[in-house]
Ligand binder design. Structure first.
Ligand code: NAG
Ligand code: NAG
Ligand code: NAG
Ligand code: NAG
Ligand code: NAG
Ligand code: NAG
Ligand code: NAG
Ligand code: NAG
Length: 661
């Protein structure tokens, strides 16, 4: 019965959309501040009228973007229009013509205006707006429908949007669309576009900024848009652009609930915030009509899928202390009472065991050593915060257990061991070909960037190393052990910690010697890791095996001598992309520079890895690392066993911890 009503609703909406869409473009929003206005019937107005008619007549077969001016200073008007990269010339023409009339109704006396439609954008101002990046005065919109698996959904959105951006900035049209499969039944469609008068780097900046704004509006939502005057991005779970290349059957409509609506909020300074309701389902009408039959056939399977996904979500969507808590009995049962046979390894904070819950779910259980001074309440609070950090390149924290003396963290199980297991073993090294290594470098960079900038907390990892990079069944990297300083209560008050957590060979000089850590100490560790991945050699063993100083000095020497490729792991032979390798060496060397201020941020690194249009600066000589001065003063009691991981205290260290943003 419900399904029947649903179809009727869709049907009517589709018909409506067929009728209305053919005529008017879909209005979205406009911004025109009444703080700068012109006199009616004055020179500015007549110039504006001239501008609008020039724009309207320029929207023709050869133009999907056009900029022009009208009149002379001080009453000169600058204006432009931009049609969505895929619309036909008639649609573009219609949209621009409609916009030039519509805008005079909505902004009768304002000198500066931007108006957005689904199909085009029109903009004018009394100041020059050409080739100028304008990021303020935009808006964000989202479809109120929630995705069934928000975590995976957000990951796919971020990846696809970033890929599309990388593509768009390189073409003159500054436009790209990209699709990705979310599940068997759902495809994600995304679109990014800049005004083509922008430079590559301005366009890149605008789009990446818009992507960065997505979490603030659209996280877990099945549709989202960020519209700025200079660029816009959009994603949906249905094809909203004309992708004539998509020959395969379009996916069925994703929703089993009533038609979604979207809410709009203006971004930045504009009018007072307001909310309107737009039936975002309208453009989907056509495809629904076409595929309604296919959908009926698929509904059964779709529902089943839907239920299963929801079931999983019960575990993943949690944010409260209670829902993250496991009882000790179930952990003991899962790990066979912490049996030695289940022991996976030992990190700085305790022993890790493999476990399996009765429902078959595999987990990794970290049994924290008992020296943590943290009370149960703080511990729980920190775990909840860290559990919210979710990214495809981070090992997921599923929950915790605290009973009596016992403090335990429960993680997702990552099947393929850690990077060092492959990288530093002669027999297994060969499994890591260049494309895998390159993918690992990119994935680790994105994971750390998320910790530094994109997550709700600002987390400095402080112990990034090959053994903390786990590999899933597809050899995708997942960073482990992040947020441990928080959970372990190492630095709860700013500037008063006296424990250093880190690993010999990966610690930046300022951290190892003075206890000063910042995002740039992670960047240093990342640089060491990159050089290790390239060379297949371990930095901490390098001195003994090569007898030529550390790996960084060796890499630097080769770089300086113009023989950078000799750094590369010989097992790779000739099968690698020379430009990628050189870029990575250069990035690695930039990261291990002595002065933290000269090391790039993770955001820059990700950009440099993603886009060949970004220039990578030349590195300076790496930090000289005085090995003899790094001595543990007092080992924590938990640390009898690990050979690689060190934790020690030193006195009077200053800390630059940054709390939650
Ligand atoms: C500008 O618009 C605001 C809100 O619409 C209004 O309150 C204000 O009076 C207007 N100012 C002028 C100068 O028209
Ligand atoms: C502007 O000009 C039009 C026609 O030329 C006239 O109808 C209107 O009253 C004028 N408005 C003002 C404010 O002078
Ligand atoms: C399209 O508009 C531009 C700018 O007004 C003009 O130069 C050009 O001749 C027009 N092309 C066609 C085919 O009408
Ligand atoms: C359009 O903008 C560019 C600068 O981005 C400028 O060089 C060009 O003259 C403008 N076109 C017109 C018709 O004003
Ligand atoms: C645009 O108009 C406003 C108000 O009329 C004025 O303050 C500003 O200087 C003008 N900008 C330019 C570039 O002419
Ligand atoms: C989506 O999820 C949010 C919070 O998780 C909830 O408040 C909202 O009602 C949900 N929306 C729909 C349409 O289910
Ligand atoms: C999505 O999946 C279909 C088959 O299930 C495949 O043909 C298509 O290439 C996939 N698309 C993408 C973007 O991965
Ligand atoms: C989509 O684009 C193709 C090729 O440009 C065109 O032939 C087709 O008419 C377009 N479809 C729609 C619905 O605009």
């Amino acid at each position: 019965m419900f399904a029947f009503r649903f179809f009727i609703t869709l049907f009517v909406l589709s018909l409506l959309s067929l009728i209305t869409e053919a005529q008017n473009p879909t209005y979205l929003y406009h911004v025109c501040s009444n703080t700068t206005t012109f006199a009616r019937n004055g020179t500015y107005q007549s110039n504006l009228n001239g501008l609008l008619s020039a724009l309207s007549s320029s929207a023709n077969a050869s133009n999907w973007f056009y900029n022009t001016t009208s009149g002379e200073n001080p009453n000169r008007v600058y204006g432009l229009f931009l049609c969505r990269g895929d619309v036909s010339t008639t649609t573009c023409q219609d949209c621009v013509t409609f916009a030039t009339e519509d805008v005079t109704q909505r902004c009768p006396v304002e000198k500066v205006a931007v108006i957005w439609y689904d199909q085009c954008l029109l903009r004018y101002s009394n100041a020059s707006i050409f080739s100028t990046l304008t990021e303020s005065g935009g808006l964000r919109m989202w479809n109120t429908q929630n995705a069934t698996d928000p975590t995976r959904f957000n990951e796919v959105v971020a990846t696809v949007m970033n890929d599309a951006t990388t593509q768009a900035v390189l073409v003159a049209k500054r436009f790209a669309t990209k699709e990705a499969n979310i599940s068997l039944f759902q495809t994600l469609y995304s679109l990014v576009q800049c005004t083509p008068d922008l430079s590559t780097s301005d366009c890149n900046r605008c789009l990446r900024g818009a992507i960065a704004a997505l979490p603030s509006c659209c996280t877990g939502k099945v549709g989202g848009r960020v519209l700025n005057p200079s660029c816009n991005i959009r994603y949906e779970v249905y094809p909203f652009y004309n992708e004539s290349a998509v020959a395969a059957p379009a996916p069925p409509p994703p929703v089993l609930t009533p038609p979604p609506v979207s809410e709009i909020i203006p971004k930045g300074k504009g009018r007072k915030s307001w909310v309107i309701i737009v039936a975002i389902v309208v453009p989907v009408g056509v495809s629904i009509l076409l595929f309604i039959v296919g959908y009926c056939l698929l509904t059964r399977r779709g529902r089943k899928k839907y239920d299963i996904v929801q079931g999983d979500n019960a575990v993943t969507d949690i944010t409260t202390v209670e829902s993250l808590q496991y009882d000790l009995n179930s952990i003991e049962a899962a790990t066979n009472n912490f049996a030695d046979s289940n022991r996976l390894g030992e990190g700085g904070f305790g022993v890790v065991y493999k476990g399996r819950f009765p429902n078959g779910q595999e987990i990794a259980v970290k049994r924290l050593s008992r020296s943590s001074g943290q009370g149960a309440k703080e511990f729980k609070n920190e775990v909840v915060l860290v559990a919210k950090l979710q990214h495809r390149n981070l090992v997921r924290l599923l929950g915790f257990c605290v009973e009596g003396e016992e403090k335990i963290l429960v993680y997702e199980f990552v099947p393929n061991k850690s990077l060092d297991y492959f990288l530093f073993n002669d027999d297994r090294q060969g499994l890591l070909d260049w494309s895998r290594r390159y993918k690992i470098i990119g994935g680790v960079a994105r994971g750390i960037l998320y910790l530094h900038e994109d997550s709700r907390l600002r987390i400095i990892h402080r112990d990034l190393k090959a053994s903390n990079v786990l590999l899933d069944s597809d050899m995708n990297p997942k960073i482990s052990d992040f947020g441990m300083a928080r959970i372990f209560g190492v630095d709860q008050t700013q500037g008063s910690t006296n424990r250093i957590v880190g690993t010999y060979g990966y610690m930046s000089p300022e951290y190892a010697m003075h206890g000063q850590f910042s995002v740039k100490s992670d960047v240093y560790s990342f640089g060491v890791l990159v050089l290790e991945i390239l060379s297949g050699k371990k930095n901490s063993n390098f001195y003994q095996t090569e007898g030529t100083g550390d790996l960084m000095s060796y890499a630097w020497k080769l770089w300086k001598d113009g023989r950078p490729l000799e750094l590369l792991d010989p097992i790779l032979g000739d099968s690698y992309a020379r430009n990628e390798v050189i870029r990575c060496i250069q990035i690695g060397l930039l990261c291990v520079q002595e002065d933290p201020a000269e090391r790039p941020t993770m955001a820059t690194i990700v950009l440099m890895l993603n886009s060949y249009s970004v220039t990578v600066p030349l590195p300076n000589e790496p930090a000289f690392f005085p090995h003899s001065r790094i001595e543990p003063i007092k080992l924590l009691e938990s640390d009898q066993s690990t050979s690689q991981s060190m934790q020690y205290s030193i006195n009077e260290v200053s800390i630059t911890e940054i709390g939650p943003r």
